[in-house]
Write a protein that binds this ligand. Structure first.
Ligand SMILES: [Fe+2]
Length: 299
């Protein structure tokens, strides 16, 4: 596969209105672990080797600050900076040492619809943990887009992503062997749709759903198995109405993968997943997955 310089999806930084209670939720119930903090931020790792996969920032309103990819070389940072600008993005920060926990060298770009995307090389790694109930990493972030074709073109030309599947409402884009690291959903605004955390297996997804239910966070969509990507899913509306997903079994693909179109991914009426067990998404999740915006860039 022609390697995308984007590397691997590493982390998302979000603004939350109650930092302390968000930290409690993401550690005790969602099962991440705090590895670093400042007065106004907490950095949380999963069971995998990334230094952190979620950064919580104290904020007046819920928002996305950035989505960060870990790239293979410093040359890839230079390639991204050049390609992203050539494809209509803005270079928000030229190559610099990252001062926040996790470190490394980074460039930050903004796509034509305002998403802040950071690419880091040489960031710290931690020894993976064998916790069968902890999410290991983030496997995808889904963005709503008022112009999916425009966003898709930027991810392809600016960042070297490839289209894996196009359904009636979504473009699934990959930058490594994961079926998708980014998906773009047709919408009326450029907001966050959801963030998906990989669990070790289907049983861990189910136990996680039980843990969430015990703590008062009901399943809002699922449990089911998606068509594109073949992954198991269970969706929740977390603190500040961020939509978060436990997932497992994400399809691994290579260049032999045949790109599917809308006619390949049409369910019969009343069906929402491969198994035929999932109810439709709740009204609550449908509202929540439209409303979180990207913050203005803060260095
Ligand atoms: Fe998802």
């Amino acid at each position: 596969m022609p390697a995308s310089p984007a590397g691997q999806l590493r982390s998302i930084a979000i603004g939350v209105t109650d930092l302390e209670s968000a930290e409690r939720f993401y550690t005790s119930t969602w099962r991440l672990e705090a590895v670093a903090r400042s007065a106004d931020a907490v950095y949380l790792r999963g069971g995998g080797g990334f230094h952190h996969i979620l950064a919580l920032h104290r904020s007046r309103q819920p928002e996305v600050r950035n989505v960060t990819f870990s790239v293979a070389s410093e040359a890839d940072l230079d390639a991204i900076a050049a390609r992203a600008v050539g494809a209509g993005g803005r270079l928000l920060a030229t190559k610099h040492e990252v001062v926040e926990p996790g470190g490394g060298v980074a460039v930050t770009v903004q796509d034509p619809q305002g998403r802040v995307l950071r690419f880091v090389h040489g960031d710290q790694r931690l020894a993976p943990q064998a916790d069968s109930d902890a999410p290991s990493r983030i496997t995808h972030v889904v963005f709503n887009s008022a112009d999916v074709a425009l966003a898709q073109r930027f991810f392809e030309e600016g960042l070297g992503f490839q289209l894996s599947d196009r359904t009636r409402i979504m473009a699934f884009m990959r930058c490594n062997s994961d079926h998708h690291s980014i998906a773009l959903a047709d919408s009326d605004a450029d907001t966050l749709n959801h963030v998906a955390f990989v669990m070790p297996d289907l049983d861990a997804v189910m136990r996680g759903a039980g843990r969430m239910s015990d703590a008062g966070w009901p399943i809002e969509w699922g449990v089911g198995r998606h068509g594109p990507g073949n992954n198991v899913f269970s969706y929740f509306v977390g603190p500040d109405d961020f939509v978060i997903e436990y997932t497992a079994d994400v399809l691994q693909v290579d260049d032999s993968y045949r790109v599917g179109g809308p006619s390949d991914w049409t369910w019969p009426p009343g069906r929402f997943d491969q198994w035929g067990v999932s109810k439709p998404p709740s009204e609550r999740i449908k509202q929540a997955q439209k409303k979180i915006r990207f913050a203005d860039y803060q260095a």
